[in-house]
Structures are given as structure tokens and as C-alpha cells.
Write a protein that binds this ligand. Structure first.
Ligand SMILES: [Zn+2]
Length: 337
């Protein structure tokens, strides 16, 4: 962050100084042109990779909430009763990865698994990685990524819950969402109930989760167009951008509370609240489609965050503060059933 601030300050100063030097015959023309060229390039480079915010004025992302609600509530009596959460690990990521233009501080993040509880079954959303993959994630220290804690006990609780669940869902195919399946001692049992889409199975980011190749070869991926009601109360919504296989997951409880799991479309609610896309450098590192992400962020802002008539609770996978708020307010439980 300091380096970026220095570049932002030094580039215009060096351009100005070289022009003044040339005016007073202190610098030759070739030297002046070279300084101006190098400084301008660095300045543009910094702006394009770290500052530029690509959010469109009007979103072309299509999500009809009325259709989704109708799909979810076709069998009212069978809606889920509770939503629980379990934090498997915590860490810290630098501001410049999360938001274009940076922020005054880095972001504390959680790697969380969610359990949708029905009268007669449970469904798990998100399966964060095991300790070995978490340690790999923490090795990106040069990028400013830090690990704070890995809760082995909770990882084991999640594994037990995965075994007991009827279905296993992930918002996308990154190791911090799917690694708990790939690295599970019960992987064969889990793959029988995992609902992974063909886009998730073929997305190149799934590699980091290190699935045994034969397990993926034998798996028959799930196919759907735009929306799919998996069971009463849960609707899958296609939303590629953060990754090839990204989807949103809509959940409605029996008491009428609604949740929209948006995965990593926003790393932190700040992306939606302040209409700020991920930085281009962050997009490059993560192979993201920033154009699609921009339209999704604009849609979430216009239709949910900034819409006083909407009360859907957005769930950004890694926003620890937001999760703590939901837990305090009793909307989401803080342990698995
Ligand atoms: Zn993630």
C-alpha cells in the first residue's frame, strides 16, 4: 500500500521535475522524454491494476427474485427451520486485493461452512479446506495474506455434518469452498451427495483443491440453466464471474427469513455498499471476469442493498464482521446442529 502511495506521488513529481529541468537546459531532450515515458507508464500501471473501479451504471445481470421465491416456496410446509454456521479458519487479506483503490485497513476473513436445517434433513453450503491446504494459503505472505487460526475441532465437526447431510453445495470451485470435500477422509461418500455443477468440475480453479483425479473422472456433474430449485427453500442461481462455476444460493426459512449466499462476488460487504469492484491485480491473480463481477455487484446494490423494499440477508462468504452481526442478531446460529 505504501509502495502504491509513493508511486502515485512520485510519478507526477518526476514528470514535473524533468520538464522543469528541460526548460532550464538542465536535462537533455532524450533524458526528459525517457523520464516522462517511464513515469507515465508506472503511473498508468498503478492506476489500471490497483485503482480502476469497473462498475457499470446499469446492470445486465439477470435475477428475477419473484421467480426464485416462487420456486423456493412451492412446498411451504417443507421449508427449513434454521441456518447455522461453523468457522473452520480465520485469516487476513490485504485491502488492495479486496477493493479497487484500497481501503484504510486489511480485512479479517473467516472460512465458514453453513448448515441449512430441515425437520428431517440437513444441507451443507461451503466446505472450507483442511489444515494442509490452509497452510498453503497462508504461504502467500508476500501478497499480505496471513493466517490467524485453523480450528481443527470445527473441521472435524464439519466432516461429521457432511456425512450426515442429504446434499452438499458450494458457491464455487475454489479450495477454500470445496477443499473440505476434496481433502475429506470420506471423499467417496461425500461425492455421492455433493451437487457440483459441470462448470464447477471443469473450472480450472478446482485444481487447487487437489481432488484425486479418479474421483473427478467418476463424478457425474449436475446441469441446470439459470435457476434450479434443489429442495423446498433452496434455489441455485448461476452467477459466473468470480470463477467459471460460481453460483448464488438462495435460502428461505419457514419463518420467512431469506438469505442470498453470494460466495466471493463480494469478498466483503464493502464491495456492494461502496459499489467497488475487486482490484484488477486481484482479478488477475484469481482469474476473475471483472466485467461479469461488476454487473453482479451493481445488481446486488440496486436491487437489494439500496432497495428499501428488500429484506434479503446477503451472505458474503468471508465477511467475518457480517457473520458476527448475523450471529449476534440470532439470524444465523453459531454452531452446527
Ligand atoms: Zn473464498
Amino acid at each position: 500500500m505504501r509502495l502504491r502511495k509513493c508511486l502515485r506521488l512520485l510519478c507526477p513529481i518526476s514528470i514535473l521535475c524533468s520538464l522543469v529541468g528541460f526548460t532550464f537546459s538542465l536535462l537533455s531532450l532524450p533524458t526528459t522524454l525517457l523520464v516522462v515515458f517511464l513515469s507515465s507508464t508506472l503511473w498508468l500501471f498503478e492506476y489500471f491494476l490497483f485503482e480502476k473501479n469497473s462498475i457499470p451504471e446499469i446492470s445486465n445481470f439477470t435475477l428475477d427474485l419473484e421467480i426464485v421465491r416462487n420456486l423456493a416456496t412451492s412446498e411451504q410446509r417443507q421449508l427449513p427451520t434454521h441456518l447455522n454456521s461453523l468457522i473452520v479458519a480465520e485469516g487476513e487479506i490485504p485491502d488492495w486485493i479486496v477493493v479497487a483503490g484500497g481501503a484504510p485497513h486489511n480485512f479479517h476473513i473467516s472460512f465458514t461452512s453453513f448448515q441449512v436445517v430441515y425437520k428431517d434433513k440437513t444441507i451443507i453450503i461451503e466446505c472450507p479446506f483442511n489444515k494442509a491446504l490452509y497452510d498453503k494459503f497462508c504461504r502467500f505472505k508476500l501478497l499480505g495474506i496471513k493466517g490467524n487460526a485453523f480450528y481443527e475441532k470445527n473441521f472435524n465437526i464439519m466432516q461429521k455434518a457432511l456425512l450426515e447431510a442429504d446434499f452438499i453445495l458450494v458457491t464455487h470451485e475454489y479450495w477454500d469452498h470445496i477443499g473440505g470435500i476434496a481433502q475429506s477422509p470420506y471423499i467417496n461418500e461425500l461425492m455421492r451427495k455433493a451437487v457440483l455443477t459441470s462448470e464447477q468440475i471443469s473450472g480450472h480453479t478446482i485444481k487447487m483443491a487437489n481432488f484425486p483425479q479418479d474421483v473427478l473422472d467418476d463424478y457425474i456433474p449436475f446441469e441446470y440453466d439459470q435457476y434450479h430449485v434443489l429442495v423446498p427453500g433452496i434455489v441455485l442461481i448461476k452467477a459466473p464471474g468470480h470463477s467459471y462455476g460460481s453460483q448464488m444460493i438462495y435460502v428461505q426459512l419457514k419463518n420467512g427469513e431469506e438469505f442470498l449466499f453470494i460466495g466471493d462476488i463480494a469478498w466483503n460487504l464493502i464491495n456492494i455498499k461502496h459499489l467497488t469492484n475487486h482490484s484488477r491485480i486481484g482479478m488477475l491473480i484469481r482469474y476473475e471476469n471483472g466485467g461479469l463481477l461488476g454487473h453482479q455487484l451493481r445488481w446486488l446494490f440496486d436491487n437489494i442493498w439500496n432497495n428499501p423494499e428488500e429484506s434479503i440477508n446477503l451472505v458474503a462468504s468471508h465477511d467475518l464482521k457480517q457473520l458476527e452481526y448475523y450471529r449476534r442478531s440470532g439470524l444465523i446460529g453459531d454452531q452446527f446442529a
